[in-house]
Write a protein that binds this ligand. Structure first.
Ligand SMILES: [Zn+2]
Length: 549
């Protein structure tokens, strides 16, 4: 006892700057409690380590603290956690051309032309966010069309889902792609009709042909992008994320920020494949670093592509493309080998599976392998978008976590109906069904594929209606979740999905004081009001990291 208190006095004496305990009172506090229920409070005490010391109900005696802040009656909710983002993608996206708001090919070409003129020192024009479906084009765009906007510099633009890319002729030349280039396994070079000539669009693994020609960002550019990502996320009330596909360069940027004291986002990292896993973390997951701000939890694996580009791997052919079932990105044996290797090291696998065949293979592989690796593994399936109803009960086995993105449902519903047909939608974006068979959910956004805005996610999760209130009553409304479960999906359940429960995700004693002050009560607001929620302040570890003023 004596030694312990001596050590803690030493620790206090060397802690800098001097921290103290703070009472924030006069708030309408909301958290999810240990039982997964909503708990309300009126004040919160933060200790000198930036953790919650106490929450107070009305009528409780206010403790003596060094400082007191008046919450001005504002609503306090736990810092929101996005269980599936691409952190550097968010940052780079904020620094490159964003086509996600374009509604036609012509509008996109105009925007590309302007961006290229405004950024005339950039050797490559890079961007993302195009969607030929939204443009009503009925086909992919071509290199020649892109040449009409920019012909004198290489241009490469990722599709909105990150599973296809669009190059101009100069980019094709610099990458050395010609009519004799072969599509790699797990990918496809699109060709012009009736010819072998590459059209300019690359699907899934074929994107690597282009990506390797693009000069890699330098560390200073990565640091800039990461700082931008933290800003974008905090502004939306997000205090923690699961980063899905951390490369060694990403990890080094996170570490540089941690070492410099500028890491304010909590990152549960999933390495970009087994090689990145080895490079970043060696034989075991990393410890929690920088006061619970960074940990390498596991490994992100891609089992298939996306539905929009027909890269999702289905049990039966696409309704709008007979003969095409999409592609598995990993062979059966290879996939199982990687899972075993991850499990041996105690790494948590996070498996990207969109289509029915990919989800079936992921679920079956987990069930097979988990027999040899018992214990609390929290196997994750990312997206779990279209699951054969016959496979859904498997989520209950081995405590498998379905890490899903509510906004994908509202964005994708018409496309999903076209790709699958009306009679194959029973296991589509089946949030509540997965819960009801005993599976676990974690919610996220897949930013920058979608906006990171968690309030749009909460609204979609509870209504299955989009921002325009479409379709009225919700799309397959039996799969909505309650407000309580939606909030848990973006807080405590997202923390659990990353082995972070007890550290952050709830405003309860002992957890990090990560919270957001907002201008309305998300549990009382109408869906439209919920989408319009304004984040006033964002705090991480008892420190303010964003202020709307
Ligand atoms: Zn993703």
């Amino acid at each position: 006892m004596k030694l312990a208190s001596f050590v803690s006095i030493l620790a206090l004496a060397t802690a800098s700057p001097a921290l103290a305990d703070v009472l924030i009172d006069n708030v309408e506090g909301i958290t999810i409690d240990e039982q997964g229920k909503v708990k309300r409070f009126v004040a919160l005490v933060i200790d000198d380590e930036g953790k919650v010391a106490k929450i107070l109900q009305s009528g409780d005696k206010k403790p003596q603290t060094d400082y007191r802040e008046d919450g001005d009656g504002r609503v306090m909710i736990p810092g929101l956690i996005d269980a599936h983002v691409h952190v550097m993608g968010v940052g780079i996206g904020a620094l490159t051309l964003d086509l996600s708001d374009t509604n036609s090919l012509d509008e996109a070409l105009a925007k590309i032309r302007i961006f290229a003129a405004e950024n005339d020192s950039r050797p490559w024009i890079l961007g993302r966010g195009w969607n030929q479906e939204k443009w009503g084009l009925g086909r992919f765009p071509t290199a020649a069309e892109l040449d009409s906007a920019v012909a004198d510099r290489p241009v490469y633009l990722e599709r909105v889902d990150g599973h296809a890319g669009w190059a101009n002729t100069m980019a094709l030349t610099q990458a050395g792609v010609t009519a004799s280039s072969k599509s790699p396994s797990g990918g496809r070079i699109e060709r012009l009709p009736g010819s072998q000539q590459p059209s300019g669009v690359f699907i899934d693994a074929a994107e690597e042909l282009m990506r390797k020609a693009i000069p890699a960002p330098r560390p200073v550019e990565r640091d800039l992008a990461f700082a931008e990502a933290q800003k974008v996320l905090h502004r939306q009330g997000i205090t923690a994320v699961a980063d899905m596909g951390t490369t060694i360069e990403d990890w080094q940027a996170f570490r540089r920020a941690g070492d410099a004291g500028s890491l304010t986002l909590r990152i549960m990292s999933y390495a970009h494949g087994p090689d990145a896993m080895d490079l970043i973390s060696g034989a075991r997951p990393s410890p929690w670093l920088y006061d619970d701000k960074l940990r390498m939890n596991g490994v992100k694996l891609y089992l298939d592509g996306a539905l929009g580009s027909r890269g999702a791997w289905l049990k039966r052919p696409y309704a709008d493309d007979p003969g095409n079932t999409g592609l598995p990105l990993m062979a059966e044996a290879q996939f199982r080998n990687v899972l075993v290797r991850a499990a041996q090291g105690g790494f948590q696998p996070a498996i990207h599976a969109i289509g029915t065949a990919a989800n079936a293979d992921a679920l079956n592989a987990i069930v097979e392998i988990a027999e040899s690796f018992p214990g609390d593994r929290r196997w994750r399936i990312e997206h779990a978008q279209i699951v054969d109803p016959a496979d859904l009960p498997k989520f209950a086995q081995q405590g498998i976590i379905a890490s899903m993105q509510p906004v994908h449902q509202t964005s994708d519903r018409l496309m999903a109906e076209a790709r699958l047909g009306a009679d194959r939608l029973d296991g589509a974006y089946a949030w509540n069904t997965i819960l009801s068979v005993g599976g676990k959910l974690a919610f996220g956004s897949d930013a920058p594929v979608e906006s990171a805005d968690p309030f749009a996610g909460l609204a979609a999760a509870t209504t299955r209606m989009d921002a325009n209130g479409e379709p009225f009553g919700g799309w397959r409304p039996q799969d909505r979740v309650t407000r309580e479960k939606a909030l848990a999906g973006f807080t405590s359940d997202a923390a659990y999905a990353g082995f972070a429960e007890g550290r952050f995700g709830r405003l309860l004693p002992g957890e990090r004081a990560d919270f957001v002050l907002v201008d309305r009560d998300p549990l009382m607001a109408t869906p439209a009001q919920l989408r319009a929620t304004k984040v006033l302040e964002t705090w991480v570890g008892g420190r303010k990291v964003y202020d709307a003023d």
